[in-house]
Design a protein around this ligand. Structure first.
Ligand code: MN
Ligand code: MN
Length: 294
């Protein structure tokens, strides 16, 4: 796998993630029936939704990922306090959307410097899993660092075994794809996850797409494995509604890693907030370079 191919897939994953966020946010919290009545098939980045976004605007999923990525780049490696400090700065920037569990964890860090709280069953949301791509990119050849950094950044806000398992599995799948490994390697990862936590089994697909990490992972894996292009994967995912910006983002991460940046529809890339696209194009090679440095 040449360095150029790795960059193409890594950029596909990061830009694909942001496109999925921007596309899905329009239909977040809607049911598939409501989406169908209102849009037919939702397939363009138009903004709106319950957050009243501009077309191309992204939400917490992409913003928190950029916060993680910038902390890694600014420190030329891992510094968990820098990650937490960037989360605080992000929270104080009055973002369009903040999940309750993320808010609680960031406030806890801001108040007393704690980098994790006690394990809680109600912290099985998708807020930690959704922001882990920069860790994947900066640890492409270091699975040991990948696990350690992923769990540390997750547990600033989410201390839950299902969240941990999902974050590691989706990250490993993205890493395999960016490194040019085949779908068998990805299916093996999902098999490992399901043998450990059978609730993640995604076939037959239940149709639930909430922010509960189990529903999120089932939705993303179902549509990723049953689609054959970047575009069809994202459209099918977000039209399932529910936590559509996050399922869209994570599906975009996997599909972008598989198909590469060239396969992201031009109309989506054109619509994506240019400031966000610029940050992603800047962070991606820097994160990959760090992966190679060690
Ligand atoms: Mn969001
Ligand atoms: Mn969401």
């Amino acid at each position: 796998m040449s360095a150029e191919h790795v960059l193409d897939r890594a950029l596909g994953a990061y830009l694909g993630f942001a496109c999925g966020d921007a596309l899905g946010a329009t239909v977040e919290f809607m049911t598939p029936e409501q989406i169908q009545r209102r849009y037919g098939v939702h397939q363009d980045i138009t903004g709106g939704g319950w957050l009243g976004l501009e077309a191309g605007q992204v939400t917490d999923d992409t913003q928190m990922s950029l916060a993680v990525g910038q902390a890694i780049i600014d420190n030329q490696g891992w510094n968990i306090r820098a990650v937490a400090d960037n989360f605080v700065a992000w929270l104080e920037s009055d973002p369009p959307d903040v999940g309750n569990t993320c808010r609680r964890g960031i406030m806890r860090y801001r108040e007393n410097g704690e980098l994790s709280g006690p394990s809680r069953v109600d912290e099985a949301g998708n807020g930690a899993c959704m922001r882990n791509l920069p860790v994947v990119l900066s640890t492409l050849n270091r699975p040991d660092y990948f696990s350690e950094w992923s769990l540390q950044q997750s547990q600033i806000t989410h201390n839950n075994p299902l969240s941990n398992a999902a974050t590691l599995t989706l990250g490993r799948i993205a890493s395999h794809l960016i490194n040019g490994r085949d779908m068998d390697a990805c299916i093996q990862e999902t098999g490992r996850l399901i043998s450990q936590y059978s609730e993640f089994a995604y076939s037959p697909y239940s149709g639930k797409a909430s922010g509960y990490i189990v529903d999120t992972v089932q939705t993303v894996l179902h549509y990723f494995f049953c689609s054959d292009s970047f575009e069809s994967c994202l459209i099918a995912t977000v039209n399932q509604g529910g936590d559509a910006d996050t399922t869209g983002a994570l599906a975009g991460m996997l599909a972008g890693a598989k198909y590469g940046v060239q396969q992201i529809p031009g109309r989506w890339l054109k619509q994506l907030d240019p400031q966000i696209a610029t940050q992603i194009r800047k962070q991606t090679p820097e994160l990959i370079r760090l992966a190679g440095l060690r």
